[in-house]
Design a protein around this ligand. Structure first.
Ligand SMILES: Nc1ncnc2c1ncn2[C@@H]1O[C@H](COP(=O)(O)OP(=O)(O)OP(=O)(O)O)[C@@H](O)[C@H]1O
Ligand SMILES: O=C(O)[C@@H](O)C(=O)CO
Length: 435
C-alpha cells in the first residue's frame, strides 16, 4: 500500500480542516484519532491524517507522539509527510511547532522544510513573515486572549526562532511572485546558508499554487490546511494520484442533532449567540463544575428534554475573555479546561448512546475530548459546511449507522454555522448538494 500523503496534525479539528481541503481537491481521506493500529484497512484511501492532541502538551511528548505517527506513515510508504498546525501558528516559546518539525526532519533524513500556515479562504495570510487574521495582525486578532496558547507576536520568523536552535528564514512574496522555479532556487540558496525552517509568505491562493509546485517532492511540508488545497493537483501531475468522482461520499445521516462548544474564540462566541437566538441551549460554568457535582447533570437533563423533540440543542462552556480569565484565576488554566472538556465528553457519550446521530463540536481541544470520550478511532471526510469544516462520519460500536460528526476549529465558520451545519447535512441526504 502506498499513500500519496501522510499527515500528522497537532489537533483534531486541524486534522479535519486539512482533510477537508484535500478531499475538495480530489483526494480520498481518512482521519485517524491517534496513531492507528498497523492493520488498519486502507481501501480507497489516498491520504491518512493522523490526528494527535499535541499542540498544547510538553514539547518532548509532542515530539514522541509525532515520531510515532511518522513511523506508522513511513510503514505505509507515504510519499510525502505533512505536519499540520494551526493557521494562527498556536504555540508557546517552548514549542511545539519548532521541536516537532526538527524531529520530523531528522526522522526523514531531510534538512529543510517550508512553513506555510496561511489559509486565505479563512482570512489567514502572511506578508513579510507577519501573520494576519483578516486585516489584523495575529496579536491583535483575538488570539492574544487564547485560553491555552495566547499569541502575542505576529512575526513568525521571530516566533519560530524562539522554538528551535536552528536557523529560520523567509520566502518573501516578491520571490513567490516570480514562480515555482525561482522559489525553489531561493529555498536551495537558504539551504546552503544552513536555513532549516522557511516561513513562507502567502497573500492569496495563487501563492499556494506556486508553493505547492515548488515543494511537491519535499519529504516534509508543514503548515495550515491552505496548501492542502494546492498539493493534490501537483500529485496528479506527477501521476501519483488518480481522478476520483466523489472523494467525499458519505452514508446518509440519521439521529438527533446536538452542538457541544468549548471554544471561546470570537467566532465561536458569535455562533453561540446566533444559535441561542433561534434554538435552546444551556451553559456550563467551570466554577460550578468544580464545586457542584450536579452541574453537568443539570445541563444533560436540559439537553435531553430538547432532544426528545429532535433538537438541535446546544451545550456550551464558551465564555468571553473576562469570564474565562476569572475561571482560570480561580482554578488554574489547565484545570478549568479539563473540567469543561470532561463534562462535555461525558455529555456527548451519554447523548450519543441515547440517539444523537448528528453532532457538531466547536474547539480543537474540546473535539479531542469529545472524540476520545466517544471512543472514535477514525473518521471518513465528507462534504464541507464552511471553509475548513467538513461533515465526517465515524463508525461507532452499538450503533447501526455511523455517527455524523463535524469538528469545528475555534475560529472557523460563519455566524450561522451551528444551524447551517444541520441544513447542509439535510441537503446532502436529499441529494440537493454535494461536496
Ligand atoms: N468558560 C471557560 N473557562 C475556562 N476555560 C474554558 C471555558 N470554556 C472552555 N474552556 C477551555 O478552553 C479551551 C478552548 O480550547 P479549544 O481548543 O477547545 O477551542 P479553540 O482554541 O477556540 O479552538 P481551536 O483550537 O480549534 O482554535 C478548552 O480547553 C476548554 O475546555
Ligand atoms: O488551521 C487552523 O486554523 C485550524 O485547522 C486549526 O488547527 C484550529 O485548531
Amino acid at each position: 500500500m502506498t499513500l500519496v500523503l501522510g499527515a500528522i496534525a497537532d489537533d483534531f479539528t486541524g486534522a479535519t480542516d486539512l482533510a477537508n481541503n484535500l478531499v475538495r481537491a480530489g483526494m480520498r481521506c481518512i482521519q485517524t484519532i491517534g496513531v492507528p493500529p498497523s492493520d488498519l484497512v486502507l481501501d480507497d484511501v489516498d491520504a491518512v491524517i493522523v490526528a494527535l492532541k499535541s499542540r498544547s502538551i510538553p514539547a518532548a511528548q509532542a515530539v514522541s507522539d509525532s515520531l510515532a505517527a511518522l513511523e506508522w506513515l513511513q510503514g505505509h510508504n507515504a510519499r510525502q509527510i505533512f505536519f499540520k498546525y494551526c493557521s494562527t501558528f498556536d504555540s508557546t516559546n517552548a514549542g511545539n511547532i519548532g521541536p516537532v518539525a526538527d524531529a520530523l526532519l531528522d526522522g526523514l533524513g531531510a534538512t529543510q522544510t517550508v512553513m506555510v500556515p496561511a489559509f486565505p479562504a479563512n482570512g489567514r495570510t502572511v506578508y513579510q513573515g507577519h501573520l494576519f487574521v483578516g486585516d489584523r495582525l495575529l496579536n491583535e486578532s483575538g488570539m492574544q486572549h487564547h485560553p491555552l496558547n495566547p499569541m502575542m507576536d505576529a512575526d513568525l520568523v521571530r516566533v519560530l526562532g524562539r522554538q528551535t536552535p536552528y536557523s529560520v528564514g523567509l520566502v518573501p512574496h516578491a520571490v513567490l511572485a516570480r514562480g515555482a522555479m525561482h522559489t525553489l532556487d531561493h529555498l536551495a540558496q537558504l539551504s546552503t546558508q544552513g536555513v532549516r525552517h522557511v516561513i513562507c509568505d502567502t497573500v492569496d491562493e495563487s501563492n499556494l499554487d506556486v508553493l505547492a509546485e515548488a515543494v511537491a517532492e519535499h519529504a516534509l511540508v508543514t503548515g495550515g490546511s491552505g496548501i492542502g488545497q494546492a498539493l493534490p493537483e501537483q500529485y496528479r501531475r506527477k501521476g501519483w494520484l488518480n481522478e476520483v468522482s466523489d472523494p467525499g461520499h458519505l452514508a446518509p445521516a440519521s439521529g438527533n442533532a446536538l452542538v457541544l462548544s468549548g471554544s471561546c474564540s470570537r467566532a465561536t462566541l458569535g455562533q453561540v449567540n446566533h444559535f441561542l437566538e433561534r434554538h435552546p441551549g444551556v451553559a456550563l460554568d467551570p466554577l460550578l463544575l468544580a464545586n457542584d457535582t450536579n452541574h453537568w447533570e443539570t445541563a444533560l437533563a436540559f439537553a435531553r428534554q430538547h432532544l426528545a423533540h429532535g433538537g438541535p440543542v446546544l451545550v456550551y462552556a464558551s465564555a468571553d475573555p473576562e469570564r474565562v480569565k476569572a475561571a482560570q484565576v480561580e482554578l488554574g488554566i489547565e484545570y478549568a479546561g479539563e473540567l469543561v472538556e470532561q463534562a462535555l465528553g461525558r455529555i456527548a457519550k451519554i447523548l450519543v448512546s441515547e440517539g444523537v446521530g448528528q453532532l457538531v463540536v466547536a474547539g480543537g481541544e474540546t473535539s479531542g475530548a469529545v472524540v476520545s470520550a466517544l471512543g472514535i478511532s477514525q473518521l471518513r471526510i465528507g462534504d464541507q459546511i464552511d471553509p475548513g469544516v467538513p461533515w465526517t462520519q465515524a463508525p461507532l460500536e452499538g450503533r447501526n449507522a455511523p455517527l455524523s460528526l463535524a469538528l469545528k476549529s475555534g475560529n472557523f465558520g460563519g455566524e450561522d454555522f451551528f444551524s447551517r451545519a444541520f441544513e447542509v447535512l439535510k441537503a446532502v441526504n436529499e441529494g440537493t448538494i454535494s461536496a
